[in-house]
Design a protein around this ligand. Structure first.
Ligand code: UDX
Ligand code: ADP
Length: 465
């Protein structure tokens, strides 16, 4: 048998939301490279080798199937794969610290540091190490110090190649990104390493979209991109509160301001709040870094983006309770959607977690429906319900969820919620029936005519009593 010689061996440490799809795309676009993904989580690695992948992402399975066992491999043998790799992407998790100095704000870098130590102990040759996880600015400096103080006389070039993909559209984002950013030390060896990684992406991305920068700019750009995006949502959400008081309509405002080419139309959808693993974490990270440099005003400015988001979630729940005659005790409420956004099963930092917890605190009976996120929803709510998870029902069928309910709250903008038979749903509900549209995706006039009392983010209230 002739063993195929690959041009380059690429390793990715961490088989999660970032590492999995990114490496699958590199393997698909670069058949000349061998791409291996390793993880300490055996169940995750096993799942990547089946048709039931550990993460849901439209189009991902097709890409994985095209390359799996050809030039894309999954493994738990970390040391062996470190040894043979030329380039190592690091995409381990960097959650917000829950203990000690910086708890609640700073990133917990323990997984990253363990990975660095793993690389030193297993490596037998020089390597390029690429940070893919979102990290505080200057993390590469710490990585350099750990990696390059080895007693094996090995040299590691550390690069930053932050991932800008959004969940739910990961495959399209990877295939046709707005840009790829690669930061390095501006030394001869740093630039050579950077060019190697540019060469990978140049297999399918036009060269002008591959931006290079210094290491710190690349690290910080990722935090700043997420902070700006989240800030737009908090800005529009803050105005949605004012709309509800003044009979202005937030969708009309988004349209009106979005046509200004300087403002742009994207990311102006008012909502119950932003979720996802990145926005809050990255902003808090930015806040922590600013504070640590004594930039307290800058820290405060960005922290307010998170504060408005918390306020929006609270406001949504408070409004539900107030409108439902100040008590929801024993009332059945159907939550439509639990994922932090449509087209993903991911529920990390989903506003639905906050909403569900608070409704349960008020003794409401919840039925949660979501096409992809019920498994995660159960896990998220377990700690708050102690042993009594049975006080919340779960169903994939929205009609069943709404039956006998006093209210429906739309928490995720799944397309399928737009086209349900709301007349039929209204007929099956307790009266007066309420709809709280936390995503502004429904036809509110139509719902009101059917008989619903409709309260939507940033819209005039429509009620029959
Ligand atoms: C984000 C960034 O977009 C991506 O570039 C980065 O790599 C990771 O973080 P993601 O968290 O997957 O991606 O989702 P995104 O589409 O940005 O949405 C984040 C949250 O904001 C969701 O809860 C979404 O529902 C909410 N959102 C988004 C709004 O409430 N209104 C909007 O107009 C847009
Ligand atoms: P992200 O959204 O950033 O991709 P995930 O939590 O989805 O984050 O994935 C990170 C992955 O990294 C997890 O599957 C985790 O098991 C893995 N991981 C964490 N530490 C290590 C390590 N030292 N070696 C290998 N894999 C690791």
């Amino acid at each position: 048998m002739v063993v195929k010689e690959f041009e380059k061996r690429i390793l990715c440490i961490g088989a999660g939301y970032v590492g999995g799809p990114t490496m699958a795309m590199i393997a698909a676009k670069c058949p000349q490279y061998e791409v291996t993904i390793v993880d300490i989580n055996t169940a995750r690695i096993d799942a990547w080798q089946t048709d039931d992948l550990p993460i849901y992402e439209p189009g991902l399975l097709e890409v994985v199937k095209q390359v799996r066992d050809k030039n894309l491999f999954f493994s738990t043998e970390i040391d062996k794969n470190i040894k043979k790799a030329d380039i190592i992407f690091v995409s381990v998790n960097t959650p917000t610290k829950t203990y000690g100095e910086g708890a609640g704000k700073a990133s917990d870098l323990q997984f990253l540091e363990k990975t660095a130590r793993n690389i030193i102990s297993a490596a037998e040759s020089d390597k390029i190490i690429v940070e893919k996880s979102t990290l505080p600015v200057r993390t590469a400096h710490a990585m350099e110090r750990i990696l390059n103080t080895n007693d094996k006389n090995l040299h590691f070039d550390i690069l930053s190649n932050p991932e800008f993909l959004a969940e739910g559209s990961a495959i399209a984002d990877l295939e046709n990104p707005d840009r790829v950013l690669i930061g390095s030390r501006e030394t001869e060896s740093g630039i050579k390493a950077r060019n190697e990684v540019v060469g990978i992406y140049a297999n399918w991305i036009p060269r002008e979209k591959i931006i290079t920068s210094n290491l710190w700019s690349a690290e910080l750009s990722k935090l700043v991109a997420n902070a700006f995006l989240a800030q737009r949502i908090s800005s529009i959400n803050s105005i949605s509160a004012l709309c509800e008081k003044t009979e202005a309509n937030i969708t009309e405002i988004s349209n009106a301001i979005g046509t200004d080419s300087r403002i742009g139309s994207k990311f102006l959808n008012a909502s119950v709040g932003f979720g996802g693993s990145c926005f809050k974490k990255d902003i808090l990270n930015l806040v922590y870094i600013c504070e640590s440099y004594g930039l307290n005003e800058v820290a405060k400015y960005w922290e307010s983006v998170v504060e408005i988001n918390d306020y929006q979630e609270k406001r949504f729940v408070k409004n539900m309770i107030t409108l439902m005659f100040n008590t929801i005790s024993e009332k059945k409420i159907a939550l439509f959607g639990f994922a932090f956004k449509a087209n993903t099963g991911d529920t990390r930092e989903s506003p639905a977690i906050y909403v569900a917890r608070h409704l349960v605190n008020e003794h409401a009976k919840l039925t949660i429906t979501d096409p992809k996120a019920i498994g995660n929803a159960k896990e998220d709510l377990k700690p708050y319900l102690k042993e009594d998870i049975s006080s919340i029902q779960f169903t994939e069928n929205p009609y069943e969820a709404a039956k006998d309910a006093h209210a429906i709250a739309i928490l995720t903008e799944w397309d399928e919620y737009r086209d349900l038979d709301y007349k039929k749903i209204f007929g099956s509900m307790e009266k007066p029936a309420f709809i709280f549209d936390g995503r502004d995706i429904l036809d509110h006039e139509k719902l009101f005519k059917i008989g619903f009392n409709v309260s939507a983010i940033g819209k005039p209230l429509m009620k029959h009593f």
